[in-house]
Every structure is written in C-alpha cells, then in structure tokens.
Write a protein that binds this ligand. Structure first.
Ligand code: NAD
Length: 180
C-alpha cells in the first residue's frame, strides 16, 4: 500500500509495481537500485553477460526478482534459487556468474564455485563480534573466482549510486530535461 501510494515517476527505489511491470515488459523504467548497481558494476569491469549462465540466489522483490529481469535484458540465461531450491551446491557449481542475495552468513561455500566464475555478494550479515560478512565464503571463494566483490564495499555503495542516479533521472523527467 505504501509503495503504491508513491507516484511511479518518483519511485526512485524502483519498487513500484508499475516500474517492475515496465521492466518485465522491457520498457524504460526506474530500475530497482541494488540490481541496477550490480549491472553497472559488472559492466564497468567488462564482464560479459550475453549468453552467460547467471545464478541468482534469493528471490526477493527488492533484489532477486528485479535482478533476474535485468539479467534477462542483458541476454543472460537466468536461474533464480530460493529457500525451496533443491541441490543448491550443484546449481552454484554450474554457473558462470553467481549473485547471492539471501542474508545468511557464508551460506555459499567457496568450493561449490566453478573455477574462474564471477561472484557477486549482495548479503550483509553481522557476526556476533560485530563484523560485517556476506552470503559467500569469501576466503575460499576468492581463490576460485576470476572476479569477486567484497562485503562490505562491493554492492552496497553501488546501491547508493543507483539511488542518486534514479533521483536525478526522476528530476529530469519531471522538469522535461533531456538526458543522453
Ligand atoms: P529477503 O529475506 O527478502 O529474501 C531472501 C531470499 O533468500 C528469499 O527469496 C529466500 O527464499 C532466499 N533464501 C533463504 N534461505 C535460503 C537458502 N538456504 N537457500 C537459498 N535461498 C534462500 O532478503 P533481501 O531483502 O533480498 O536481502 C538479502 C540480503 O541482501 C540481506 O543480507 C540484505 O541485507 C542484503 N541486501 C544488500 C543490499 C546492498 O545494497 N548490498 C541491498 C539489499 C539487500
């Protein structure tokens, strides 16, 4: 109800059903910030998405689902896993690109990951001693991955960047300022 009370043109989080629906139909929209930031991060690192097997772990409205739609737009073959998925280690082992957004510390073990896979960790988990760690066992995954994002300092700042960009885009649309 709260999200639907926001005008879709001011929906800078990109959570409104109108914007998600437009994204699903491959129409221009305000895109959800974390998925948009992940795409920007992968593109800035020249990571090819076209035809790649992308495995997303987590199917939430704010990360997994819109991220799946964005990855489809990039021409990736997308698999989305969730709490009822069977054989998660096997699926992780087949993926070219693994993106974890679950919220369970080090759920995905380093030795599940295919050699030279690209690994993106969205998870933010606080341990008992106050440390922030991701959903992926970073210490082991980094020796198998060809490219991996840290937690903190990886996806998190990109979410902030996307929020600022969406705010700017929303303003430009409202003021009819053309954007290249
Ligand atoms: P959520 O709780 O809404 O969704 C979690 C998803 O994980 C669900 O789809 C659930 O089915 C799935 N899941 C749970 N247990 C699983 C298991 N054992 N195996 C496979 N899938 C399982 O969470 P969310 O809001 O999407 O956030 C996920 C994580 O990402 C959290 O740690 C959150 O803090 C973090 N997050 C980070 C950013 C960022 O900018 N870095 C942004 C959003 C969320």
């Amino acid at each position: 109800q709260i999200i639907e009370a926001i005008h879709p043109d001011k929906d800078v989080d990109g959570f409104h059903p109108y914007n998600i629906g437009r994204l699903a139909k491959r129409l221009e929209s305000l895109q959800s910030c974390t998925p948009k930031g992940i795409c920007k991060l992968l593109k800035s690192a020249d990571i090819e998405l076209l035809g790649k097997d992308v495995l997303i772990v987590g199917a939430s409205n704010i990360v997994g689902r819109p991220l799946g739609l964005l990855m489809l737009l990039e021409g990736a073959t997308v698999t989305i896993c969730h709490r009822f998925t069977k054989n998660l280690p096997e699926k992780v082992g087949q993926a070219d690109i693994i993106i974890a957004a679950v919220g369970k510390p080090e759920l995905i073990k380093g030795d599940w990951i295919k050699q030279d896979a690209v690994v993106v960790d969205v998870g933010i988990n606080r341990t008992k001693n106050g440390q922030i760690i991701g959903d992926i066992e970073f210490s082991k995954a980094k020796s198998k991955a060809s490219w991996i994002t840290p937690v903190p300092g990886g996806v998190g700042p990109m979410t902030v960047v996307s929020l600022l960009e969406n705010t700017f885009l929303s303003y430009c649309k409202r003021e009819s300022i053309p954007i290249d």
